[in-house]
Write a protein that binds this ligand. Structure first.
Ligand code: NAD
Length: 255
């Protein structure tokens, strides 16, 4: 499905990262990957994991989205190592811990700005930074969560960041559509990762999800990875500006 496609994925932290599941699904479909890591702390883990892939990654590169110059360096690295790409996966987010445990009412200005900058603006910055290295057809996929639409206790400012992310998907889809670049989001059900465990009470969210979702289970990160592979493929050539739920059906329930 992804043979001859070069796709950049930002960022993998460890084997539980959704970005790693996406890398595995895309690798299984024949993609050639560029893998991103945030800092020296996660570099070795990405290098180790990459040995499990069938196709050796084209590059493994640092990308801390807090720094505009790093986004520019990513563009340079992609040009040098891959020439052009057909896909970008934005799979990263951050909010300070206090903002994910105190009432939303008490969100500090600085924490609000950090969450929105890292989790939302980074999609705009990466899309703008990397469209010059996109081949004439391309796809951008980001990861969101249902807490953007409904209140999930303690998800707080991250819910606000995800709402802005989903709106950004629609505006970017409009801007980039004429260039043949599609932009979509996957709304994944809760998965036990480092980022998710930062949300106070996350284990309760998992338990309730399992009870209420029509499929009576939580989603596997492989299922999110497979959907990301589909969205990056030509099979999804008519889909842009959408939020696709991969949540074992949880979002359709009213009670
Ligand atoms: N796990 C879930 O339940 C769930 C559900 C829906 C959506 N998501 C989303 O999936 C994405 C990936 O998260 P995950 O759950 O795999 O957790 P994770 O902790 O494995 O991944 C988060 C990634 O964000 C990166 N990151 C944080 N700050 C960064 C910065 N300044 N610059 C660059 N990278 C930075 C980290 O290095 C890490 O690789 C996030 O957008 C998250 O909101 C997660």
């Amino acid at each position: 499905m992804l043979k001859d496609k070069r796709i950049a994925i930002f960022n993998i932290a460890n084997k539980r990262s959704i970005a790693w599941a996406i890398a595995q699904s895309m690798d299984a479909q024949g993609a050639r990957l560029i893998l991103g890591y945030q800092n020296e702390r996660t570099k070795a883990s990405v290098e180790d994991l990459s040995k499990e892939l069938t196709n050796k990654p084209l590059a493994i590169i640092p990308c801390d989205v807090a720094y505009q110059e790093q986004i520019e360096q990513v563009q340079e690295a992609i040009k040098a190592e891959a020439g052009t790409i057909h896909g970008l996966v934005h799979c990263l987010a951050f909010a300070p811990k206090e903002a994910l445990q105190n009432p939303y009412l008490f969100t500090e200005r600085e924490d609000f700005i950090t969450a929105l900058e890292i989790s939302t603006y980074s999609l705009v910055a990466l899309a703008r930074g990397l469209t010059p290295v996109f081949s004439n057809q391309g796809s951008i996929t980001t990861l969101t969560y249902y807490g953007s639409e409904k209140v999930m206790p303690n998800y707080n400012v991250m819910g606000v960041a995800k709402a802005a992310l989903e709106a950004s998907v629609r505006y970017l889809a409009y801007d980039l559509g004429p260039a043949g670049v599609r932009v979509n989001a996957i709304s994944a059900g809760p998965i036990n990762t480092v980022a998710a465990r930062g949300v106070a009470g996350f284990l309760d969210i998992l338990e309730v999800h399992e009870q209420k979702a029509p499929l009576k289970r939580t989603v596997e990160s492989r299922e999110v990875g497979d959907t990301a592979a589909f969205l990056a493929s030509d099979l999804a050539s008519g889909i842009t500006g959408e939020v696709i739920y991969v949540d074992t059906g949880y979002n359709i329930m009213g009670f």
